[in-house]
Design a protein around this ligand. Structure first.
Ligand code: PLP
Length: 359
């Protein structure tokens, strides 16, 4: 029996995708082998990778002057790879600090150049996105970095900041493909696949052409965007199986009607859960309303002693991975694209029962 898996990542995948992958495991389309066993230079796998890229381009309407790279190292790796690829000849990079994941990005960037914290919500306990008007940007910065959805704090940008001529770089690990975005407003978008796309091991980087000439000479070839772009992300062996599964997820999304369609479903799922939190004085969520994440919903119970019984009861009903991150405590429900509405409905029903049972 499948559970409702609320893990923040690696996370739930569409059951349809898992079934297709299971059916193709031993013999992919008459090739006599599994995708895992194929050469990345063979025509079968090159076809798989090209289809995955084309479908991602369709889903996000990626303009033709952007490269799509399938790399490795995760978003934490990319936190270092970004400054390596963009800091050449530049002094400063601007960062907006909105929580745990921005903090990690800032820590890595400091190894490669000077970091200016252009804005921070630290004083608000990382419960909001700082107003754009308060940002103190550096006019000739290498780039401005944001984390568009803080997976741990549950804080999400509802808008795309305008950074003028300075390229906007976003860690979109837990937001990509959950809502319609205008790629042209970004210089670079990156994210690990294991939240909303596929298995761990694949990092997606979408980078505007004109930003490919700014790499520090120390940049390793495997992490050098221009070299990887010239080699169709196959300068080294790419994470072939993860790319294949990501491609199946892209097809699944296209069949559902694309990003605009899943965004509507995501809005209703998030509303179900936040309405439940707001209707109760038992559960709480500290995030400013307009910055609440649609993907990751942290909440607390009135007494941490209730956490363990809450989690046990949830597991008994087939709902797992609801324990909050150690940095914030309490609970966290991650409700990515592949989480069915029925999973959120089951969680809300359980939360109401649990609350009632405490009175
Ligand atoms: C999960 C996550 C990461 C870390 O990704 P890794 O693949 O573990 O490197 C970074 N940023 C955000 C926003 C995340 O959600």
């Amino acid at each position: 029996m499948r559970v409702f898996n609320f893990s923040a990542g690696p996370a739930v995948l569409p059951e349809d995708v898992l079934r297709i992958a299971a059916g193709e495991m031993l013999d992919w389309h008459g090739s006599g082998m599994s995708v895992m066993e194929m050469s990345h230079r063979g025509k079968e796998f090159i076809g798989i990778a090209q289809a995955a890229e084309a479908d991602l381009r369709t889903l996000l309407a990626i303009p033709s002057n952007y490269k799509v790279l399938f790399l490795q190292g995760g978003a934490i790796g990319e936190n270092a790879i970004v400054p390596m690829n963009l800091m050449h000849g530049r002094e400063v990079a601007d960062y907006v600090h909105t929580g745990e994941w921005s903090k990690k990005s800032i820590k890595e960037a400091k190894k490669y150049g000077r970091v200016n914290i252009a804005a921070s919500s630290e004083e608000q306990g990382f419960t909001c996105v700082p107003d754009r008007a308060s940002w103190r940007l550096t006019p000739d910065a290498a780039y401005v970095h944001i984390c568009s959805n803080e997976t741990i704090g549950g804080v999400e940008y509802p808008w795309t900041p305008d950074t003028g001529d300075v390229p906007l770089v976003a860690d979109m690990s837990s937001q990509i493909l959950s809502r319609v975005i205008d790629v042209a407003k970004y210089g670079v978008i990156y994210g690990g696949a294991q939240k909303n796309i596929g298995p761990a091991g694949l990092t997606i980087v979408i980078v505007r052409d004109d930003l490919l000439d700014r790499a520090l000479p120390i940049t390793p070839s495997a992490f050098h965007w221009k070299e990887q772009a010239a080699a169709d992300s196959m300068l080294n062996t790419p994470p072939t199986y993860a790319i294949y599964i990501a491609g199946l997820v892209f097809r699944w999304l296209l069949a559902l009607g694309g990003v605009a369609a899943i965004e509507q479903r995501n809005i209703s799922k998030a509303k179900l859960l936040y309405d439940c939190l707001d209707a109760s004085d038992f559960y709480s969520n500290p995030v400013r309303r307009e910055h609440r994440s649609r993907m990751n919903v942290p909440f607390t119970l009135p007494d941490p002693a209730l956490d363990a019984p809450f989690l046990r009861g949830a597991a008994d009903r087939g709902m797992v991975q609801l324990k909050g991150h150690r940095a914030v405590g309490g609970m966290r429900a991650s409700i990515y694209n592949a989480m069915p509405v029925a999973g959120v409905e089951a969680l809300v029903a359980y939360m109401k029962d649990f609350e009632r049972a405490q009175r």
